[in-house]
Design a binder for this molecule. Structure first.
Ligand SMILES: NC(=O)c1ccc[n+]([C@@H]2O[C@H](COP(=O)([O-])OP(=O)(O)OC[C@H]3O[C@@H](n4cnc5c(N)ncnc54)[C@H](O)[C@@H]3O)[C@@H](O)[C@H]2O)c1
Ligand SMILES: [Zn+2]
Length: 361
């Protein structure tokens, strides 16, 4: 199967999306890290699955470094430990990394690759649906600090991405659904027929059937790649990827991150679709349809505890993208369509935001 090509300011890279592609990891190394000393960096949970032969058909007999799974590892301390280990084992400019795991591994080990000896190449092997449909495109790497998420990082695209839908079989249900929320977002902002495919194949996707899953990952990668390459400098178009996220981030914040990102995005999409209807941008019925799909995919569409409109608005105003300005949202004008005339984001009065929040109570 032909890979999807992601273009960026410095060139381009292929994203292979194929069940069984990880059985061909040695070929991909020869192709994309030719002649280099390869080391894997993986989170411990995923590395254990790999060693037990439970990650598709992937095998790894070369050097490897691991870190404890989870967001709490995405720090400068882990970055320092990993780069120290590479230095101690004498890795030079002719080394290359294989980064295996979810978005945390991609961001953290991608940042190691960006900074080690001023940058070495890496092959990215995402193993969560979120990392496949979202983090595999864009070339962003980062670590968190006590001041906030992703504050220290670099732009350093991989040389290639290998996404194997078979590797998702072991993914916990909640993590899997989080990736589905981002895929629904891609349909809502850019492709009605993709949204309809997710509706049509929702049950197959819930069973993680490989044909449906492969199509989902490929189309999401294509959509994100098209948006990102059309807008390298994050001037305008790229902000449509924020659909569902302005409200979603605020919900994560007020829940003190008790609400997982994907679930916050699902709720955020419902609220923002309702907001689009209330502002007269989108037809009525769109919110109900998006909500219906998210529900079928096992994602929450109602808050499990009350959140005051003022609290949510305060959380959104603190969001760095909105500071000093009236609140702006990336709102679709219809399923798969953003408003014409480069109106990537629109302002919304507090009263409309509060009214839209009622749709998830
Ligand atoms: N760079 C980007 O463009 C970008 C985009 C979106 C998100 N992110 C970042 O990604 C991170 C979230 O990523 P995530 O949700 O993948 O989290 P994650 O990397 O922590 O993975 C979630 C959990 O799933 C486990 N896991 C991974 N693959 C598995 C598999 N195949 N089977 C069983 N368990 C598996 C992991 O060990 C971990 O416990 C955040 O830090 C976010 O900032 C980055
Ligand atoms: Zn997201």
């Amino acid at each position: 199967m032909e890979p999807v090509t992601v273009t960026h300011g410095l060139g381009s890279y292929p994203v292979y999306v194929e069940p069984g592609i990880l059985a061909r990891l040695p070929d991909l190394l020869r192709l994309h890290l030719a002649g280099r000393r390869a080391t894997m960096i993986a989170d411990q949970t995923v590395f254990q699955l790999l060693r037990e032969g439970k990650l598709g058909q992937a095998r790894w007999g070369e050097e490897a470094l691991t870190f404890p799974a989870g967001e709490k590892s995405k720090t400068r301390e882990t970055w320092a430990r990993l780069t120290d280990a590479l230095l101690q084992s004498g890795h030079g400019r002719d080394s290359g990394l294989v980064v295996l795991g979810g978005g945390v591994a991609g961001d953290l080990a991608g940042f190691v690759a960006a900074t080690y000896l001023r940058g070495i190449p890496y092959l990215l092997v995402p193993t969560t649906l979120l990392a496949m449909v979202d983090a595999s495109v864009g070339g962003k790497t980062a670590v968190d600090t006590p001041q906030g998420k992703n504050l220290i990082g670099a732009f350093h695209p991989p040389v290639a991405v290998a996404a194997d839908p078979l590797a998702l079989i072991s993914l916990p249900e909640r993590e899997y659904r989080a990736g589905l929320a981002e895929a629904v977002k891609h349909g809502v902002i850019a492709d009605r027929s993709y949204f309809e495919f997710i509706e049509w194949d929702a049950d197959a996707l819930m069973r993680r059937e490989q044909t449906a899953l492969t199509r989902l990952i490929r189309r999401s990668v294509e959509i994100k790649a098209a948006v990102v390459s059309a807008d390298e400098r994050e001037g305008g178009l790229r902000s449509i990827l924020n659909a569902g996220h302005t409200v979603g981030h605020a919900l994560e914040l007020v829940s003190d991150f008790g609400l997982p990102h994907g679930e916050a995005v699902a709720l955020g999409l419902v609220v923002e679709c309702e907001l689009a209807a209330r502002l007269g941008l989108a037809p009525t019925g769109m919110r109900e349809r998006v909500e219906g799909l998210l529900r079928r995919l096992g994602l929450p569409v109602r808050l499990d505890r009350p959140i005051a409109g003022d609290q949510l608005i305060a959380a959104m105003s603190g969001d760095k993208k909105n500071r000093g300005a009236r609140l702006r949202f990336a709102l679709p004008s219809d399923l798969g369509t953003m408003p014409a005339g480069n109106r990537w984001t629109v302002e919304a009065p507090d009263s409309a935001i509060k009214a839209a929040l009622e749709s998830v109570r």
